[in-house]
Design a binder for this molecule. Structure first.
Ligand code: ATP
Ligand code: MG
Length: 494
């Protein structure tokens, strides 16, 4: 073994050690080019990698000492050397590019007056995956057979390292994908649904979770508004503080005021001591105002103050107290029409509705019915100690046909009842005891036109979850007409 050979061997050993540790493909290729150039004292160099999308089948990925990366690319495009190496898979060494007959037709080599070119393939399992190209125009015959042997072996080492880096990269992105899949399914435990409309809503939820913005959750009754409000609190940074839920329609106005804001001793008869309001209890946490559409007009200005000034004043108190609460509200009413009718302050609406999350009706995400049904079946079977394990196909098609005006809550109730009453290990369509909303029921002989009108309005109202604006739209009548009729029929048609 000559000294030169021994030196090459040592260098190769060191290089192999070094490049095998680089897992980033681009960084690795730069190192490979750098090493090859410095060891062979080349003037310029570049590496191409196979690229099926490129019409030449490869493209330049790193280059050195070309005036521009494009110059290397153009040289690659026209370079018969690269083409030769790529197609034959064999290294090429040419001492005098000008007279080498293999490259006679190549104008680029002539134009650049190259004297010495060396080019080796990067090969993996008989396949050329790339090539290293080096040239030198300063001194003729700079590269020799030793250089070629060295570069050929080096090319083989580099090819393996590149393949490793590519594999590592693929594994890493696969791992990232799996991780994000796991986190998106586990982020909201107990919340079921993978239909497009539902995932769209969850995506919004995810984006507001870590913020303090006020969120208004809208959707028909039973679509999961409270469930989502709790999820926002439990996944967000306020999770360790209180989540206080208030149903604004269930508490009488006077009581609501003192419950929310608290009072000072003597503020009114019966106020025997100071009392902290629920808003103060929610300090640092989340205040969930459910059925916000029913929030009394008289109290709306006070609530607005909390949102704007971030402070509250207890009833009968002169002093204000700072509170840090995140407000999430929910409604199944059309707040815009409440505003038009003077029942809801527009300024409050804008404060509450920084982000609106609309939850789709179950009939608009029927893809989710099977997984929801299975989920509720398992839960109910466990709670009630029943042996039900599956839903028959008839049962499933019954579930899919049903209009679900009561949304997920109705589905949950139907399944729970069926599980409790079931005998076998499989639920059948009969077990569901679904009410039928059939056309025959709507049109009955002996009906007057007005009876029909009323039935149709009621049916549409229940389909829209009581939304008058949408009911009027669906029926092709004006909101005024609808309101007039409802009044005539005795207020609420429910
Ligand atoms: N995606 C879901 N995954 C699992 N359970 C759900 C889902 N959506 C709703 N539920 C369940 O359905 C029931 C109704 O949900 P929730 O009380 O949140 O609805 P809501 O929109 O607040 O209804 P309402 O307007 O009548 O107050 C709850 O028991 C809830 O756990
Ligand atoms: Mg609710």
């Amino acid at each position: 073994m000559s000294d030169q050979q021994r030196d090459n061997f040592t260098v190769l050993y060191e290089i192999a050690q070094r490049i095998n540790q680089i897992l980033d493909e681009e960084q690795l290729l730069e190192e490979v080019l750098e090493t090859a150039m410095s060891h062979l004292d080349a003037e310029r160099g570049y590496i191409v990698m196979a690229n099926p999308a490129d019409k030449r089948g490869f493209n330049v990925v790193v280059s050195k000492n070309f005036s521009t990366p494009k110059a290397a690319d153009e040289s690659a495009a026209s370079s018969s050397v690269i083409n030769e190496v790529f197609t034959s898979g064999k290294p090429v060494l040419t001492f005098d590019a000008l007279s080498d007959e293999r490259f006679e037709a190549s104008r680029s080599i002539v134009a650049q007056q190259l004297m010495s070119i060396i080019c080796v393939p990067l090969r993996i399992r008989e396949m050329t995956t790339g090539a290293i190209y080096l040239d030198s125009s300063r001194s003729r015959g700079k590269f020799n057979d030793e250089s070629l042997k060295f570069l050929a072996v080096f090319g083989n080492l580099a090819a393996v390292a590149v393949e490793n880096a590519q594999r590592y990269d693929r594994l890493r992105s696969e791992n990232d994908r799996l991780k994000s899949e796991v986190s998106s399914t586990n982020l909201f435990p107990g919340i079921i649904g993978k239909s497009k409309p539902w995932k769209g809503a969850l995506d919004l939820v995810q984006r507001v979770v870590d913020t303090d913005v006020s969120v208004l959750i809208t959707g028909e009754s039973g679509t999961g508004k409270e469930l989502i409000a709790r999820a926002i609190h439990n996944q967000g940074r306020r999770r360790d503080a209180a989540f206080i839920a208030i149903n604004c329609s269930a508490i009488p106005e006077q009581l609501l005021e003192s419950e929310l804001f608290g009072y000072k001793k003597g503020a009114f008869t019966g106020a025997n001591s100071d009392k902290k309001g629920l808003i103060e209890f929610a300090d640092g946490g989340t205040l969930f105002l459910d059925e916000i559409g029913d929030f009394p007009v008289a109290l709306q200005a006070k609530l607005l103050r909390v949102l704007q000034e971030r402070e509250i004043r207890r009833l009968g108190d002169v002093e204000s107290r700072r509170v840090d609460v995140r407000i999430i509200s929910a409604t199944n009413k059309e707040l815009r029409s409440e505003i038009k009718e003077g029942r809801f302050r527009e300024d409050l609406y804008f404060r509450l509705n920084i982000v609106e999350i609309h939850l789709p009706a179950l009939r608009d995400r029927s893809d989710d019915i099977p997984i929801l049904a299975n989920h509720f079946m398992k839960k109910a079977a466990e709670t009630h100690g029943r042996g039900v394990r599956k839903l028959s196909s008839g049962c499933m098609s019954g579930l899919l046909k049903h209009p679900w005006y009561g949304n997920v809550r109705e589905l949950q109730n139907v399944i729970e009842r069926a599980v409790v009453l079931s005998r076998g290990d499989e639920l059948t369509e009969d077990d569901l005891k679904l009410e039928r909303y059939s056309e025959e029921e709507l049109v009955q002989s002996g009906m007057t036109l007005e009876d029909f009108e009323r039935k149709l309005v009621e049916k549409t109202l229940s389909e829209t979850g009581g939304n008058r604006t949408r009911t009027a739209e669906k029926l092709g009548v004006s909101l005024r007409w609808l309101q007039y009729r409802l009044k005539e029929w005795g207020g609420d048609a429910k």
